[in-house]
Design a protein around this ligand. Structure first.
Ligand code: GAP
Length: 461
């Protein structure tokens, strides 16, 4: 993980937030290459989930919504994690995770049970702070993950009456715009709505780089259907999402399904896709596929008074649509991509660090270099090649340092192809194309360059 964090900062993928003010915990900013990589992952998801389908509509709803939204969804009442503090080093922990580190299963158990287990460990003199070893730990208390603001409030207070929440998941916007979408676009069931956007959670512990942060991005899809179709659709969506990971270049042995045994009261099925992070030491959740029943629309219908039922013309049946949801964290996919791509190779006794991104996800597809910076004829020709290529591919022009250093830099940002304009180019109109993964070089005619790259670059299809 240290190597990834350091590479991400050094090469402009991810920066700690507000560093000049001493930093801001559990928030990260994405630099140039990070933003490009994130865009490519986002595009790959949108293509599969919206652009290449006829049954899914897009949405971009606001982060702020009517506060009753989160009362209806159950978040205000129960979107909590159990928190425990070390009085000595002042670190905070998830009490369920602390218990799990002692081999005690504590997922979704009542706070009383958690405290009873903690008390037992304390009595047996086993309970110690995982950071400083102190035995002076508080008992567990429920801590709400909802992030609050006073948006639009005439007072500075954050009281129950004027509090407005930052959404803890993006799907809330989809439920609230279900009716408008039906009225405007008249889709027939089954159909889905997809959106990508920021979500906010007051995570108690966020120490795993961009894996768990307090501000993050979700890509969610809600598939509305008749309840009789849930089982088939659920399996279909699991298969579809699995195929997507394969399509973006994730080897099947790096991912697995985790079936949830303890379900939210409204859910009939929940599975996570977990990725085996080398940087986090094992399989961790990246995506959830959930069968949510009619909970969401029924709750919003109840609290708002709006009619969110659907009338099926063919059967003359009126019902509240059920939902199968797919929900993935963009930042977790980002970390997965870097984790998967990170490679160290021994080249002539030196370590070559290379991010072997699948071509479709690589932030920069092609880099163009003049062999020498101080030869204007090479620079002009190289810039012409660059300007020509950048119309089609995300390209970079680089004339800093020697060629070896430029290759090393492009390897570290994962650029699949580097093109060098040299003195031969001026006479025979060919350039050297170097492949990131094999490091092999080929001479290619300038007139063939675009079709060569189009053939070689494996982009999404
Ligand atoms: N609408 C369902 C939902 O939000 P979730 O399991 O709470 O389900 C879905 O979240 C996905 O969002 C997770 O699988 C994860 O990828 C991402 N996610 C959740 N909390 C996160 C956090 N604090 N930081 C980064 N990603 C997070």
């Amino acid at each position: 993980m240290e190597q990834l964090v350091s590479l991400c900062k050094r090469r402009g993928f991810v920066f700690p937030s507000s560093e000049i003010y001493g930093g801001f915990a559990a928030i990260y900013d994405y630099g140039h290459y990070g933003a490009l990589l994130k865009n490519n992952i986002r595009d790959a998801w949108w293509k599969h989930m919206v652009q290449w389908r006829e049954d899914i509509l897009g949405l971009d709803s606001a982060i702020f919504m009517h506060p009753t939204t989160w009362v209806a969804s159950g978040h205000v009442g129960s979107f909590d994690d159990p928190q425990i503090d070390c009085r000595t080093c002042k670190n905070r922990f998830r009490a369920d995770h602390v218990l799990e580190s002692y081999g005690i299963e504590a997922d979704k158990v009542p706070i009383e049970t958690i405290n009873a287990e903690l008390e037992r460990l304390r009595h047996e003199k086993k309970l110690v702070c995982q950071v400083c070893g102190s035995k002076d730990l508080t008992s567990a208390k429920q801590f709400s993950l909802m992030v609050k603001s006073n948006l639009g409030s005439p007072t500075n207070e954050l009281s129950e009456e004027n509090v407005v929440y930052l959404r803890p998941e993006t799907c809330g916007g989809i439920y609230l715009q279900y009716k408008n979408t039906m009225d405007a676009l008249h889709p027939k069931l089954p159909f889905g709505m997809a959106q990508i956007g920021k979500a906010f959670r007051n995570e108690i512990v966020a120490r795993q780089f961009v894996f768990r942060t307090r501000e993050f991005e979700q890509m969610e899809m809600q598939y509305f259907h008749h309840p009789s179709m849930t089982k088939a659709l659920y399996e279909n969506w699991r298969a579809t999402r699995w195929e997507w990971y394969k399509a973006i270049g994730v080897p099947e042995q790096k991912i697995r399904w985790h079936k949830h045994e303890k379900l939210a009261h409204y859910a009939s099925e929940a599975h996570d896709i977990e990725y085996n992070f080398a940087s986090l030491g094992g399989f961790k959740e990246i995506e959830g596929v959930h069968a949510r029943g009619d909970w969401d629309l029924a709750q919003h219908a109840k609290f708002s008074g709006a009619d969110l039922s659907y009338f099926e013309e063919t059967t003359k049946e009126r019902f509240v649509p059920h939902i199968v949801e797919t929900s993935v964290g963009l930042n977790r996919l980002f970390l997965m991509c870097i984790d998967l791509a990170y490679t160290e190779e021994d080249v002539d006794g030196e370590t070559r660090v290379v991010l072997k991104f699948p071509h479709a996800l690589a932030p920069v597809k092609v880099a163009v270099f003049p062999l020498l910076k101080n030869k204007p004829e090479l620079v002009v020709q190289a810039r012409n090649v660059y300007v020509d290529l950048r119309k089609q591919f995300l390209c970079e022009f680089d004339d800093h340092g020697n060629i070896g250093k430029r290759y090393r830099r492009q390897d570290e940002i994962g650029t699949p192809f580097c093109i060098t304009v040299d003195f031969d180019t001026l006479t025979d109109q060919t350039v050297t194309v170097r492949d990131r993964d094999t490091m092999k070089q080929e001479r290619i005619a300038l007139s063939e360059l675009i079709s060569y790259l189009n053939q070689k670059l494996c982009l999404l299809s």
